[in-house]
Write a protein that binds this ligand. Structure first.
Ligand code: HSE
Length: 309
């Protein structure tokens, strides 16, 4: 029996739409992510548990775990019966890489159970294609950090899908999910097909300079460059009070604030724990919309998917 934990992630991190993503874990040691337990069996079996299992499709063939299993069998040219328990701890449509958590945990668990027939790169490609089944387009900015940890830069050239870039160990990432759901495909459909030339130039400048600043460990400069010209202007209206919350978060001393992935979760980067705690309290008191919403103070998870239990 194998149990894999796959952590939550923040797609885009403002500056790199579809090409940058960060793996995160709460500092209180709670597991923010999905877990998959897998064992050999006579026939395929799937059980779902966890706080958000009720949000999953009732028809098992629509469950991404089943689709992961099918894709895995196809890739290794063998139908391997397994028993899977999916612990669905992540809210669906939260912008925290919920589907990536299920995909990554399942494929890593399957691969491990059968002694790694698929190499790391091919497994990541498979993860990306399954993410595409859910969100309509293949984008790796959740599956790559969820699988490999850290901040991942999506390269996607000549079979190099993703590589990690340095990240600031001192930063605290405060994430808040307001308890509402946004469908990724719908959130993507709000974005324009074309952008003005000036936006393209500035976007390129911010991304390139952010990567440069990260590699030269100029982390204050890196934070100043984390600006979202691509998605936030079109998605912010989906998130109740986004502009007000962002203004307050920045006033409290956060270095960066933005939409996590396709929303509605918001992230804020703080250089010290006191600021992170102040922001956490302010959000809890003023902004959690549904009672199952949450705020978590996180650090970058440099490990990614891992065996637990
Ligand atoms: N880069 C993707 C998007 C992430 O913003 O649509 C989805 O979680």
């Amino acid at each position: 029996m194998i149990k894999i934990y796959a952590p939550a992630s923040i797609g885009n991190i403002n500056v790199g739409f579809d090409i940058l993503g960060a793996s995160i874990s709460p500092i209180d040691q709670s597991l923010l992510g999905d877990c998959v337990t897998i064992s050999h069996s006579k026939e395929f079996f799937l059980k779902t548990t966890g706080d958000f299992a009720h949000e999953l499709p009732k028809d098992i063939t629509n469950n991404i775990v089943w689709q992961c299993w099918l894709s895995f069998c196809k890739k290794i040219n063998q139908k391997v019966p397994v028993s899977i328990i999916l612990e669905k701890n992540m809210p669906i449509g939260s912008g925290l890489g919920s589907s990536a958590c299920s995909i990554v945990a399942t494929l890593v668990a399957l691969n491990k159970l059968f002694n790694n027939p698929i190499n790391q790169n091919d497994l990541l490609i498979l993860m990306g294609s399954l993410e595409g089944v859910i969100s309509g387009t293949v984008h790796y900015d959740n599956v790559a950090p969820c699988y490999l940890g850290g901040i991942q830069l999506i390269i996607n050239q000549k079979k190099i899908i993703s590589q990690s870039i340095p990240n600031c160990n001192d930063w605290f990432w405060v994430i808040t999910w307001p308890g509402i759901n946004i469908n990724t495909a719908e959130s993507r459909s709000l974005l324009p097909n074309q952008y003005p030339k000036e936006t393209c130039i500035n976007h390129g400048r911010y991304v390139a300079s952010f990567i440069h600043a990260s590699h030269t460990m100029q982390y204050n400069l890196a934070a100043n460059l984390m600006k979202d010209l691509i998605a936030e202007p079109y998605r912010s209206s989906l998130i109740p009070n986004f502009k007000k919350i962002k203004k307050e978060i920045i006033q409290q001393g956060s270095l960066v604030c933005g939409i996590s992935g396709s929303g509605p979760s918001i992230f804020a980067i703080c250089s010290d724990i006191d600021t992170a705690k102040k922001i956490e309290q302010k959000i809890i008191h003023n902004h959690i919309i549904q009672k199952n919403g949450f705020v978590k103070i996180c650090k970058i998870n440099n490990i990614g998917a891992q065996t637990i239990g």
